[in-house]
Structures are given as structure tokens and as C-alpha cells.
Design a binder for this molecule. Structure first.
Ligand SMILES: Nc1nc2c(c(=O)[nH]1)N[C@H]1C(S)=C(S)[C@@H](COP(=O)(O)O)O[C@H]1N2
Ligand SMILES: [Mo]
Length: 201
């Protein structure tokens, strides 16, 4: 893996046509843990996922229910606002766009606030959540997602900086108006596009 660090060249292009290495990022084969506060320790049997807000009906999935939803593997790069990127990991789980096929979102819903166990939140437009391969991942490179990286289930946003994905996800709130999440209230960009270096406001 050490040599891998030299393999990413600026001219390389990623799966959606953007430079593999976004501006201001440095490749790494490490996977640092960045958590504000404590690692949440949630057993699979205690975990559940809920949707509320602008939905026709609130709904909840247990681990077993969740594992019956369509499962997808994506290979993608991880970009942290603190200037490191890691490449070509395999993330397995449920795409957000497949999850919301299971529910009826009200037409006025335009934004989604992710809520994590422990209180972390982060926000994105509903359209981006659907279009940008946002995944609720439980498996990372073929192994259960480690607790410190958000297991049993985290959100991963391959087209945004990583703070846009809540580790230990517990629910999605559907909103008509945007509502800033934890880091968005504390100085981080609302839109978080790594190719535009949208880091802070
Ligand atoms: N629940 C929760 N999710 C979170 C965070 C957090 O503190 N709590 N930190 C975010 C930030 S700032 C980053 S960079 C990534 C880090 O993910 P990692 O620890 O797996 O590298 O998780 C994001 N999701
Ligand atoms: Mo971060």
C-alpha cells in the first residue's frame, strides 16, 4: 500500500469524470478517524433507521429489514476536508435513492438532514442525495464497517467532502427549507464540493 501513494496522478479521472485527486488534497492509504465526540457503540440488533418530517408516513427499518433492501457495491474515493484523500475502496450497502423508493416523500421536501446516534447532523439537498450515489454503507472492502468509521451503518457521499456523511446514521429528516448540520453551523461549507475546494465559509 505504501507505493500506492505515488500512483495517483493529477491527470487521472474518477468514475464521474472529475480529476481523481481534487485540488489541495494529498493521497494516503491510511484511514484516519475523525469524530467530534465519542465513538458510538451500537450493536446491529439495537440499530434502526427512521425517516420523518415531510414524508407521507414515518417508517423504521431494523437491521434485518435494512439488509432485505436492494444492496449495492460501489468503488469510490474518500475526500476529507483536512486535505487527505483515499482511493478505490469498496463500499457496500443501500443507495439512498433505493431507500427512498420504499417511502413516499412529500413534494415539498427539498432537503434532507441526516441524524446520527450521538447527535451529529449534516444536511444536503434531496436531489443531490438521490443523484450522487450517496450510500448507507455497512461493509467496507468486504469487511463489516468498523465501529470507529461509523458501523453498523454510515452515510458516505463520494461526490462531497466526507463530513457530508453521518457515521452511525439513525435517521433522515425531510425538510422544505435547508437546515445546517453540525459542521455547517460551525464554519464548514454548506455545499462541500471537493473539486471547487468548498471547505469553509
Ligand atoms: N456521527 C458522526 N459522523 C461524522 C463525523 C462525526 O463526528 N460524527 N465526522 C464527519 C467528518 S468531519 C469526517 S471527515 C468523516 C470522517 O470519517 P472517518 O472517521 O471514517 O474517517 O465523518 C463525518 N461523519
Ligand atoms: Mo472532517
Amino acid at each position: 500500500m505504501g507505493l500506492f501513494e505515488t500512483k495517483i496522478e493529477v491527470k487521472d479521472v474518477n468514475a464521474f469524470g472529475k480529476p481523481k485527486l481534487p485540488p489541495g488534497q494529498t493521497p494516503t492509504s491510511k484511514f484516519p478517524v475523525l469524530t467530534y465526540g465519542e465513538t458510538q457503540k451500537i450493536r446491529r440488533e439495537d440499530w434502526s433507521l427512521a425517516v420523518w418530517g415531510l414524508v407521507e408516513e414515518e417508517q423504521r427499518w431494523t437491521w434485518d429489514d435494512f439488509m432485505k433492501l436492494p444492496q449495492t457495491k460501489i468503488r469510490a474515493d474518500f475526500h476529507c476536508v483536512t486535505h487527505w484523500s483515499r482511493f478505490d475502496d469498496e463500499w457496500e450497502g443501500v443507495l439512498f435513492r433505493d431507500l427512498i423508493r420504499q417511502i413516499k416523500v412529500k413534494p415539498e421536501a427539498k432537503f434532507v438532514l441526516q441524524h446520527a446516534y450521538g447527535g451529529y447532523t449534516t444536511n444536503l439537498p434531496l436531489q443531490w442525495m438521490i443523484e450522487e450515489d450517496v450510500i448507507l454503507a455497512h461493509t467496507f472492502n468486504g469487511e463489516p464497517l468498523p465501529e470507529e468509521h461509523g458501523g453498523p451503518v454510515r452515510v458516505f457521499t463520494p461526490r462531497r467532502y466526507a463530513w457530508k456523511g453521518a457515521k452511525w446514521i439513525r435517521g433522515f429528516e425531510f425538510l422544505a427549507k435547508d437546515r445546517p448540520g453540525f459542521w455547517e453551523m460551525n464554519g464548514y461549507s454548506n455545499t462541500a464540493d471537493p473539486w471547487k475546494e468548498e471547505r469553509f465559509w
